[in-house]
Design a binder for this molecule. Structure first.
Ligand code: MN
Length: 311
């Protein structure tokens, strides 16, 4: 049995906003239903209702109801990282201790020690690590790293939180954008990389670039856009050829192609002082096979067809 909560009666949000919040929650449950995790729908629903009333009436800088942020973070945890109910609940509750009157003890009482421990480790870091409140920031980071060493999900939910904040960074005051972007590039993106969550590392880097070097970013987006159809054509030919060669050799495989993310192109252009057309590895192909033997065989076939460039 869940303890009875007192829900606020007055509706500060419009019926449309209430409907939007409900839709976002339904979408979260729907994404969760499509995972192989044991279905703790009741627990997640309870965490959502609790967070909803705790943040009730509060809005983000974008003007939307605050609860849409934890909902988005929880959704990233499920859909983009594949986490289960403990992380989903922690994501839904991640700003409750920091932004409301509820304490870690309240969370522990309602949702257990594990979730309370993760949520405590997720205390919001305000100001920026390179800003004036640098020592307070250092303290916050120390706290997060300590909590992280007990449960790595603290960091993973934090990355989801940062990703959503970066996706909505345009609503932040201009001077805050750069500090957030810098912090993202120097701390969070490398951490995502170390955890092997590359889709998030790449998106964090691209978003950071967008706010740190807006002009270069715009130029780069335009340059890549102009070449988009060419890239797509080349990738199609390339993956098709590889597939044919492997089929011929009787190797079961899956070939995927992609183009480099913007930040890594940007780095090559800056570090190696190159123009975009001088970068040879903008397109990348990944070949998945089922054994180590097939892997070397595939590599041999590829090297046989295309001459490797040393270094
Ligand atoms: Mn947050």
């Amino acid at each position: 049995m869940w303890p009875i909560l007192i829900y606020m009666q007055q509706s500060i949000f419009t019926p449309e906003e209430e409907a939007l919040i409900q839709r976002e929650f339904d979408a979260l449950l729907d994404a969760y239903a499509h995972t192989s995790h044991s279905q703790k729908v009741e627990l997640i629903t309870h965490a959502f209702r609790f967070a909803h009333q705790a943040h009730y009436g509060v809005r983000r800088l974008s003007g939307e109801p605050y609860i849409l942020h934890p909902l988005a973070v929880a959704r990233i945890c499920v859909s983009e990282i594949g986490l289960g109910s403990t992380s989903i609940c922690s994501a839904l509750l991640h700003d409750v201790i920091e932004d409301t009157d509820y304490t870690a003890e309240d969370i522990a009482g309602l949702f257990g020690d594990k979730i309370a421990q993760i949520v405590s480790g997720l205390t919001k870091i305000s100001g920026g690590v390179f800003g004036e409140q640098a020592s307070e920031q250092a303290e916050n980071f120390r706290k997060m790293f300590l909590a992280m060493s007990k449960d790595i999900r603290v960091l993973i939910v934090k990355l989801a939180d940062r990703l959503h904040n970066m996706r909505t960074l345009e609503y932040m005051p201009t001077e805050k954008r750069k500090t957030k972007a810098m912090e993202t590039l120097e701390i969070y993106a490398p951490l995502a990389g170390r955890l092997g969550i590359f889709s998030i590392k790449f998106e964090l880097e691209d978003l950071a670039l967008k706010y740190l070097h807006p002009l270069e970013y715009k130029k780069l987006v335009a340059a890549v856009d102009r070449r988009k159809s060419e890239y797509a054509r080349n990738l199609k030919v390339l993956t098709g050829t590889i597939s044919d060669i492997l089929d011929e050799a009787g190797i079961q495989h899956d070939v995927k192609g992609r183009s480099k993310h913007l930040y890594s192109i940007y780095r090559k252009m800056i570090v190696q002082q190159k123009q975009i057309d001088e970068i040879f590895d903008i397109l990348a192909v990944r070949i998945l096979v089922s054994s180590v033997k097939d892997c070397y065989a595939a590599l041999g076939l590829v090297h046989n067809r295309w001459k490797p460039i040393p270094g």
